[in-house]
Design a protein around this ligand. Structure first.
Ligand code: KG4
Ligand code: ZN
Length: 359
């Protein structure tokens, strides 16, 4: 089965062709970073318009890279949500129109399901069941994954997402958008509190975990602590580069400490030995090193998507679509054959199974 994957939920236009027998045949991502840079964040209307400009040419070049024509496709998978409504509509309407014209199914995919299944495309794929740590710009969640489509929420952020905390802290420190990679780079030159640095920020929600096993996260207090420290640091003298780097390093360490501790407890709670990390923040090197070390100490394994598939892309959407179609083929009652399209700007991942397999 050959599937075209389309991702347009935010500021990346991702297109890919996945073949269930031959694997990933083509994959391209156009990032809008330069477009939104001067605004310090994503401008939804500009994002939608850029998807309109890029999507069809990218579909054409992905097909030619895969050595295929439109009529060779068996299905089209697109990101149905969550995300920016206008941006999602571009992908959904192109997928719906192509599917209708070609007489093939269009499958709406949950963006986080795409991220969550993306490590299965790597050279060292995990096997079900596993715990997934989803850390993106909009979400921070721990999920128990029994199989594709069966997701149980173990914990999530009560306020800012981990990526959002990286982005906001980076902005405060005067770093360019998107802040996560820029802050991580600056942190390389800094020292966290436990490595001789002068700053000690809170590790939010750790006490709750020790008290009642809570796997929820909260990053807004950490953001406030950074903001206070930064204002004090620049109150009576211009900021020096080492102070900025030390703040970045301690902030990153605080986020990493919390994500690692909760991921380990989540595996205990779920009685599972493997962890899958997905979403943009999963590209963070310090997070990867700390998760690997903690898992190794406990005789557990951690799986990541290939680095280029950590951030938004069409490959993960095509792949999730393939898994969904393969499982639906076994159950003709649930066959996905759309004649319209919809988007879900807000969509709970734990409800994906219910939506796709109504009982
Ligand atoms: O999954 P993603 O590409 O898009 C969303 O669905 O949100 O994640 C983007 C987020 C941004 O907040 C970005 O700053 C963060 O991932 N990010 C990072 C790194 N690379 C991307 N955060 C920390 N360290 C990184 N190396
Ligand atoms: Zn994403």
């Amino acid at each position: 089965m050959k599937i075209l994957g389309i991702e347009t939920s935010c500021d990346e236009t991702g297109v890919a062709v996945f073949d269930t027998t031959r694997g990933l045949l083509a994959h391209s991502v156009h990032s809008q970073i330069a477009l939104h840079d001067e605004y310090g964040g994503v401008v939804p209307e500009l994002a939608s318009r850029d998807h309109v400009r890029r999507l069809l040419p990218q579909v054409e070049s992905a097909l030619s890279q895969a050595g295929m024509k439109l009529r060779d496709l068996d299905a089209i998978a697109f990101t149905e949500g969550p995300g920016l409504a206008g941006a999602l509509l571009v992908g959904a309407s192109v997928a719906g129109a192509l599917a209708m014209g070609l007489g093939i199914p269009a499958v709406g995919i949950h963006h986080l399901e795409g991220h969550l299944l993306s490590p299965l495309l790597s050279a060292d794929p995990p096997t079900f069941p596993f715990v997934a740590l989803l850390v993106s710009g909009g979400h921070t969640q721990l999920m128990k994954v029994a199989k594709a489509g069966d997701y149980v929420l173990l914990g999530e952020t009560l306020d800012d997402a981990a990526g959002e905390a990286f982005d906001k802290t980076a902005q405060l420190l005067g770093l360019p958008y998107p802040g996560g990679p820029a802050l991580a780079k600056l942190a390389e030159k800094g020292r966290a509190g436990n490595a001789g640095g002068h700053f000690n920020f809170p590790r939010p929600m750790m006490a709750q975990m020790e008290r009642n096993g809570s796997l929820d996260f909260s990053f807004s207090g950490l953001k406030t602590a950074v903001s206070l420290a930064w204002r004090q640091a620049i109150a009576d003298k211009p900021a020096d580069e080492q102070t900025r780097a030390d703040i970045a390093a301690e902030f990153q360490q605080a986020v990493v400490d919390v994500l690692v501790a909760k991921s380990m407890v989540a595996m205990d709670t779920a009685g599972l030995r493997s962890l899958v990390v997905a979403g943009g923040v999963g590209a963070n090197r310090e997070l990867r090193a700390a998760l690997d070390a903690a898992a190794k100490r406990r005789g557990r394994t951690v799986h990541y998507p290939e680095l280029e598939l950590c951030t938004d892309n069409g490959a993960m959407i095509a792949f999730a679509g393939a898994l969904r179609l393969q499982s639906q083929v076994a159950d003709p009652q649930n066959a996905v054959q759309r004649r319209g399209f919809s988007v879900r700007p807000r969509w709970d991942l734990a409800a994906v199974g219910e939506v796709n397999n109504p009982s």
